[in-house]
Design a protein around this ligand. Structure first.
Ligand code: XIL
Length: 343
């Protein structure tokens, strides 16, 4: 609608109000008071947070019978102080999970029953501790191979295919009001997407309480195409689950090289802005289905992409630079939201 009053949303959370929640993954730096500028930025820009590492199995349950909630408690307290929709990441994964989980005291694989007991104990303890406070959980992370079949993790090999459904049931028992998600990457690629669609259909047919599929969104400058992103969101939405972009970042570096150790050339900066604008245009077209978009980090300096897949590079994947300043990509993303709101 036309109006004389031009309101310029200066924050992401204001720009996407009414469309979807907008968030960032946090690490101790932001929620333990070490990075106060980053924390201020989080409070101003975002209305949802995800735990980047502190709720992973190895962090919270490092030894048999030993839970350590010190960092996770600070994460949740930060979210509550600042009115965030708090997301927990993640309950079942093949990484950042200690090997004792799958072994008996002599190092041999445990039985299905033993592993199910351990899984239930872990999920009941962790989800139960934050019942009513952590509002959504990435219950199972990265269970699929590129070809859409189930990844041969110890979870699958020891428990069998129903480990996914069991994890969702345990989480639902521990907090019946929490939203439960399946989260994975590269679901924009056809074979993996079709495996994930089958998985979600099976879970829904079995009455498993899955609220949403998380598309991680570890994107590149040329992947996924906006058309791939569009059809992927549409395909999951058609199953009746919500869709979330859960770990958004855009890797601007060529494989194995570190061409921009000091700063990103302006042409690349503009290309990144256009790339972000194209992706957010897709997300906004699907605002009925997409309920949350979360960046995997706050500012470029603390992004995991500085150390993955190659350690010690200088990457530029987010909307805020190493001094927590808005990048052209920030303005581009806000611009897309303003255009959509003006229509
Ligand atoms: C990454 C964190 O960002 C790093 O700090 C950590 O060292 C490794 O894990 N997919 C996921 C996330 O689901 O948990 C990963 O997070 C990134 C890929």
């Amino acid at each position: 609608p036309r109006s004389n009053v031009v309101v310029t949303p200066v924050t992401l959370r204001a720009a996407f109000e009414g469309a979807f929640l907008i968030g960032a993954a946090l690490n101790a730096a932001q929620f333990s008071g070490r990075d106060t500028v980053g924390a201020t930025l989080v409070r101003a820009q975002f209305n949802t947070t995800t735990s980047e590492n502190v709720l992973k199995w190895q962090a919270v349950h490092p030894l048999p019978g030993t839970y350590d909630f010190a960092a996770a408690d600070r994460y949740v307290a930060f979210g509550e102080r600042n009115g965030m929709f708090i997301v927990g990441h993640t309950l079942v994964w093949h990484k950042q999970t200690p090997s004792w989980v799958f072994q008996d005291s002599s190092g041999r694989p445990v039985s299905r029953d033993t592993l199910l007991v351990r899984l239930r104990d872990h999920i009941h303890t962790v989800v139960g501790r934050y019942r009513g406070r952590i509002r959504g959980w990435d219950v199972v992370n990265e269970a699929l191979n590129e070809d859409g079949t189930l990844r041969p993790t110890p979870w699958l090999q020891i428990i069998g295919e129903d480990y996914i459904a069991q994890a969702f049931r345990f989480a639902h028992e521990a907090d019946p009001d929490a939203e439960l998600y399946y989260n994975d990457y590269s679901l924009e690629n056809a074979p993996k997407r079709s495996g994930a669609l089958d998985l979600v259909r099976r879970l829904r047919n079995e009455g498993v309480p899955i609220a949403a599929v998380g598309l991680q969104g570890h994107d590149r400058m040329d992947w996924p195409t906006p058309a791939q992103q569009d059809s992927t969101v549409a395909a999951f939405a058609a199953l009746g689950v919500h869709v979330m972009i859960t770990e958004l970042d855009i890797d601007v570096l060529p494989p194995d090289l570190n061409p921009y150790p000091d700063s990103l050339p302006d042409s690349m900066q503009q290309a990144l802005a256009q790339r972000y604008a194209a992706l957010f245009a897709v997300y906004l077209r699907h605002a009925d289905a997409i309920t949350r978009v979360t960046f995997w980090g706050v500012s470029d300096g603390s992004s995991w992409l500085n150390n993955w897949p190659v350690r010690g590079r200088t990457n530029y994947p987010l909307l805020f630079d190493r001094l927590h300043r808005k990048k052209p990509a920030f303005e581009a993303v806000v611009g897309v939201a303003q255009q959509a709101a003006a229509r």
